[in-house]
Ligand binder design. Structure first.
Ligand SMILES: NC(=O)C1=CN([C@@H]2O[C@H](COP(=O)(O)OP(=O)(O)OC[C@H]3O[C@@H](n4cnc5c(N)ncnc54)[C@H](O)[C@@H]3O)[C@@H](O)[C@H]2O)C=CC1
Ligand SMILES: O=C(CO)COP(=O)(O)O
Length: 338
């Protein structure tokens, strides 16, 4: 039997646990770092993660640990913490690994940095890749077919190392070298998924949701262009693909958060004491600031930010609908003077 390299996964929420299970599906050893001691205990004793992914039975070759030092000597580490703690967790690694594959979706509050910039500083010398796409954790854990963008900052040479380590029969990575684009797709779609949830919660119908997806995608493209992302990256799995998935299903925590807001729940109540992460709620304020600083119009992102800040969802949607009529494409704006 082929001797596979051991892979490490940092973060045993729903997504880290699902990725560990997918990676272990060829019989390889996976070391999974978990933040909570009870998660370490449950995975090692019962091969389950009742806190974050109760539906999955986990492979016995997944070994959980609470010690980041246990990842020392593993060349490939997938990083799957919430975005806001990624830098802190990586800075606690005793030694930077050869390859870091970032799977978290968000922008750092305060600094406005994408995760690859955060990781570069926290883990100097590691080659950085970004894995992102339409990937509900429970489906990946169940072995259902899934495709992702694997954007390799280390180019084709890094892809040659990572693709065989990560691909499985039902898990297909597609190569890209656009790390910035892959990250922007995942971060922005979370905020747009909240918007679609709000529209659903308000009962505004499927036409409105489709309009939000299309106009939200324009915002993603504009922001991506301002930050140097390739448009083609954002039209792929990690942009449009993930946007369509999370804007259409209450399996998305971001969509579900938006739906509850649309139904009238208060943002403060919904965010208090929540165990699972809805990254869009953390990304919206920093994304709205970045867009404003760079002069990128992102009215849907601004609307989500306002609702998360306590504004009435119904009033904010009414404001969005009363904006002046304009050209759909910026390239046509000059024709009608708008
Ligand atoms: N769940 C999914 O289907 C997918 C999630 N993602 C992304 O993966 C990242 C992680 O999300 P999930 O695994 O879903 O999380 P989750 O919502 O299932 O669990 C929360 C996670 O945060 C960890 N955590 C809480 N406080 C922490 C701290 N101070 N330090 C370190 N870890 C802490 C918990 O241990 C747990 O791993 C997010 O950025 C998310 O956007 C990406 C693709 C799919
Ligand atoms: O990113 C995801 C699927 O690709 C998961 O979305 P949620 O974080 O909204 O559940």
């Amino acid at each position: 039997m082929t001797q596979h390299e051991t892979i490490g996964v940092i973060g045993a929420g729903a997504w880290g646990t699902a990725l560990a299970q997918m990676l272990a599906s060829d019989g390889r050893d996976v070391v999974l770092w978990a933040y909570e001691p009870e998660v370490v205990q449950a995975i090692n004793a019962e091969h389950r993660n009742p806190l974050y992914l109760p539906s999955a039975s986990l492979a016995p070759t997944i070994r959980a640990t609470g010690e980041l030092g246990d990842l020392t000597g593993i060349d490939t580490l997938l990083v799957v913490t919430p975005a806001q703690v990624l830098g802190k967790v990586l800075a606690s690694l005793p030694r930077p690994p050869r390859d870091l594959v970032l799977c978290s979706k968000g922008i750092e509050a305060g600094s406005g940095r994408l995760m690859n910039d955060v990781a570069r500083e926290a883990s100097p010398g590691s080659a950085i890749a970004v894995l992102s796409g339409p990937t509900f954790a429970h489906e990946v854990a169940a072995g259902m077919p899934t495709a992702v963008t694997l954007a390799c900052g280390g180019g084709a040479e890094q892809w040659e190392r990572l693709a065989p380590a990560i691909a499985r029969p039902a898990f297909r990575p597609y190569y890209s070298d656009d790390v910035t684009g892959a990250e922007i797709g995942g971060a922005v779609k979370n905020v747009l998924a909240i918007a679609c949830g709000v529209v659903d919660g308000l009962g505004l119908g499927q036409n409105a949701r489709a309009a939000l997806i299309a106009r939200g995608f324009s915002e993603m493209l504009r922001f991506g262009e301002a930050l140097g992302a390739q448009t083609e990256t954002l039209t792929g799995l990690c942009g449009l693909g993930d946007l369509v998935l999370t804007c259409s299903s209450a399996s998305s925590r971001n969509f579900a958060l938006g739906k509850a807001l649309g139904e009238g729940a208060s943002a403060a109540d919904l965010m208090a004491d929540r165990r699972t992460v809805a990254e869009g709620a953390h990304t919206a304020p920093v994304l709205a600031d970045l867009a404003e600083q760079r002069g990128v119009p992102m009215p849907i992102v601004a609307a989500v930010n306002a609702i998360l800040g306590g504004a009435s969802a119904r009033e904010i949607v009414a404001e969005l609908l009363s904006r002046p009529l304009r050209a759909e494409l910026e390239s046509d704006a000059g024709d009608i003077g708008a």
